[in-house]
Design a protein around this ligand. Structure first.
Ligand code: ADP
Ligand code: MG
Length: 703
């Protein structure tokens, strides 16, 4: 491409001055293809550049940048395979500093004598000389002046690419800033800032994020982009919400005082105030001509199952079908069994749809579901994946659903009938997360617990002490109670390195059943067993035949055995607090007080132990989830793989909760006035919403 060609947003990176085809491939590895991509490729940090001129000014242990000439290089290989590369710099103001890299032999090739460089890093005094380990390096060209003293952006890199490559490429595309249109109207940028200085406009923000004059300016630029990212997400959620609420038709399922009383009579206890309040919400939602989209958040044992049962019976009372989807077959079976018992003597037809049901039976069941002769279907994800055709589905409930994300839910709604939709999550999710993962839902919270539940007494112990604990377990079981022992995995594995190999449920079971708990009836259950097998073993525990159940975290959610009082958790440090809380919630559900004991892996760090100690003292699921979010981040909290979290590039849910709230509030207001973002001033926002979240939330760009 000729050098006088005008650079445009769409110009492929290889034609950007200073990049070329080879380096363009490296950029492509990071997902950058066009000039504009680079403009939106943000630094991960900044380094304050103050080119010190002389060693006399260097202070041990502080960050500094030195300017000097390469006078010598060396590289060594130790016996242990470690390599060391050293580069000696003669500082322009006098004295020497040695730059050192470990295990990066390729560094040797980057330097030659006479080069002028700036090196930034922590200064280490060896007594006789100064060193910088693994400095950030900026190579200066022939006669090139060191940059003025201002923050130097540090970009995420890929192998083969250096800071200066990215920096110079960004400098080359920076003039494009002029051509970038503002997506967020000034009015909104003002409101987003509240009483403070309005958010930067796009041009200023792009310039400032790449070439800030000081750190404060860089922070203001980031603030704009953080807001933008969260705002676009919340707009998508609000649009999705508005559409499903106000445009899709759903069956009107009106309750009556009679129906209400009849359903309540089915429960062996009076409902709590919170349960009744949530049920009121649900009755109103289901009576609407638009689908209910409601999330019930309630701590373990807060009585969500009752709500689910109520809602299903409410649908059935008006001749509609109801379906309940559980995350595991184990749970689906338990729900099925409990509901079946409860409905004994009624005409309500209830069936279980699970992966393990043989093909013939399943085909027959599917037919009956399609004909509408089955009233309530309890199932696993098979409910969605098998494209079950419901004759008259009025309500879909997803239980313990923190494993299903926004996308899975959008997929559910693609089915022809649009039922009312209820989600129950057992993990109390911090507000910032629920606004992101469940931003498209109305939320009801169950805070009040049913009477008769006491706090589970929780201990953090040591494997060295385990004999004492097992004796306690034996005592409890002898007095008639039952116990869980949970291990994070099925098999053991020794891929763990420093903290030693892990104990799987299978070897743990063998060890306990033949050792400390040999006198008790100990059984095993884990996720790899087939459905029937699991079911049999679970039933045996439920009936009291099995006294101690060794399990993986399959028992984490929704198992209800009121006689179980003891929860032992091995390698508890591997788990998040929310997960531990779930596990702890499996015991002490009946008349008897519960006890939990956590055994962390030997040799864990103090802070990890501290985390467990905090858990032992804290019984508020919401507080624990918040703690988890701060300490482990959102991915860990929701389970990394199926977190359902939309990818965020610059915003951080653990940090930017306030911005998220603001973004959400403004998004909801805007969508209320302009539901499809059709106003001209919202045009660019609309395009961003569709491009980023359109497919996930089934917001297509029609009209
Ligand atoms: P969750 O699913 O929220 O963890 P469950 O619905 O399983 O909680 O309820 C926990 C326990 O409390 C169950 O044993 C249930 O039978 C009982 N329970 C629920 N609601 C009430 C209530 N209103 N009064 C007494 N016990 C209740
Ligand atoms: Mg439950």
């Amino acid at each position: 491409m000729a050098s006088d060609t005008v650079l445009e947003s769409k110009t492929p990176l290889q034609f950007v001055p200073g990049i070329g085809p080879q380096r363009a491939l490296l950029f492509e590895r990071m997902g950058l293809r066009k000039a504009i991509d680079l403009l939106f490729y943000f630094p991960r940090a900044y380094q304050d550049i103050v080119p010190w001129s002389s060693v006399l000014e260097l202070v041990d242990g502080t960050m500094a940048t030195v300017l000097g000439q390469v006078t010598d290089m060396d590289s060594r290989h130790g016996f242990d395979g470690r390599s060391t590369v050293g580069v000696l710099l003669a500082l322009e103001g006098g004295g020497y500093v040695r730059c050192v890299w470990y295990n990066q032999p390729f560094r040797r090739e980057q330097f030659s004598r006479g080069m002028r460089i700036l090196a930034t890093g922590i200064i280490k005094s060896t007594g006789v000389s100064f060193q910088i380990r693994h400095p950030e390096v900026l190579f200066l060209g022939e006669g090139e002046e060191p940059p003025p003293a201002r923050p130097m952006p540090i970009y995420p890199l890929t192998e083969g690419l250096q800071q200066r490559h990215v920096a110079s490429a960004v400098t080359a595309v920076l003039p494009l800033v002029e051509s970038i249109e503002e997506a967020i109207p000034e009015e909104i940028r003002k409101r987003a800032a509240g009483d403070a200085v309005p958010l930067m406009c796009i041009g200023d923000a792009l310039r400032a994020i790449h070439a800030p004059s000081d750190i404060a300016e860089a922070d203001r630029a980031r603030a704009r982009f953080i807001f933008q990212e969260l705002f676009v997400l919340q707009l998508a959620m609000a649009m999705h919400r508005h559409r499903s609420r106000c445009t899709q038709p759903a069956p009107r399922i009106e309750s009556s005082a009679q129906i209400h009383a009849r359903i309540l009579k089915r429960f062996p206890f009076p409902l709590t105030g919170d349960q009744l309040k949530v049920i009121d919400d649900i009755r109103a939602d289901m009576a609407s001509e638009h689908p209910m989209n409601r999330l019930i958040q309630g701590d373990v044992g807060s009585g969500k199952t009752v709500i689910a049962q109520y809602a299903m019976l409410n649908a059935v009372a008006r001749g509609y079908q109801a379906a309940l989807m559980a995350p595991t077959e184990l749970l689906a079976r338990q729900h099925y069994q409990k509901l079946k018992e409860q409905l004994q003597g009624s005409r309500v037809m209830i069936e279980l749809l699970a992966g393990s049901i043989p093909g013939r039976d399943k085909r027959e069941l599917l037919q009956r579901i399609a004909l509408g002769t089955v009233d309530i279907v309890i199932g696993t994800q098979a409910l969605v994946s098998e494209h079950v055709d419901f004759g008259k589905l009025g309500l879909l409930i997803i239980d313990e659903q923190h494993r299903f994300g926004v996308e899975q839910r959008a997929m559910l709604r693609e089915s022809r009938t649009v039922p009312h939709y209820l989600v129950m999550t057992a993990t109390p999710i911090p507000r910032t997360l629920s606004m992101t993962v469940f931003g498209d839902l109305d939320v009801s919270v169950l805070r009040e617990k049913p009477p008769g539940q006491s706090l589970v007494k929780t201990y953090v112990s040591d494997l060295a002490e385990q004999d004492r604990w097992w004796r306690f377990v034996i005592d409890q079981v002898r007095s008639g109670r039952q116990a869980f022992v949970v291990a994070p995995r099925v098999d053991g594995s020794d891929d763990e390195g420093a903290n030693g190999s892990s104990i799987g449920a299978i070897p743990l079971w063998e060890q306990l059943a033949n050792g400390p708990l040999a006198e008790l009836r100990v059984d095993l259950v884990h996720g790899r067993m087939d459905g029937e097998d699991k079911q049999r073993r679970l039933e045996a525990f439920d009936s009291g035949e099995t006294q101690v159940l060794v399990a993986t975290t399959v028992v984490e959610v929704g198992i209800d055995v009121p006689n179980a009082t003891i929860m032992t958790i091995m390698e508890a440090d591997r788990m998040g607090l929310a997960q531990l809380h779930q596990l702890r919630g499996r015991v002490g559900r009946g008349r008897f007080p519960g006890y939990a004991c956590l055994f962390p892996r030997p040799g864990i760090e103090t802070k990890d132990r501290e985390r467990l100690t905090q858990f032992a003292e804290n019984h508020d699921g919401f507080a624990l989830a918040e703690l988890d979010l701060q300490m482990r981040g959102p991915g860990e909290l929701l389970g990394t793989r199926q977190s359902g979290l939309p990818p965020l590039r610059i915003a951080d849910l653990a940090r930017d909760g306030d911005v998220l709230q603001t973004a959400r509030r403004i998004a909801i207001e805007i969508v209320a006035l302009d539901p499809d973002l059709n106003l001209p001033e919202h045009g660019k926002l609309r395009r961003q919403v569709v491009a980023k979240h359109g497919s996930a939330l089934a917001i297509s760009d029609v009209g």
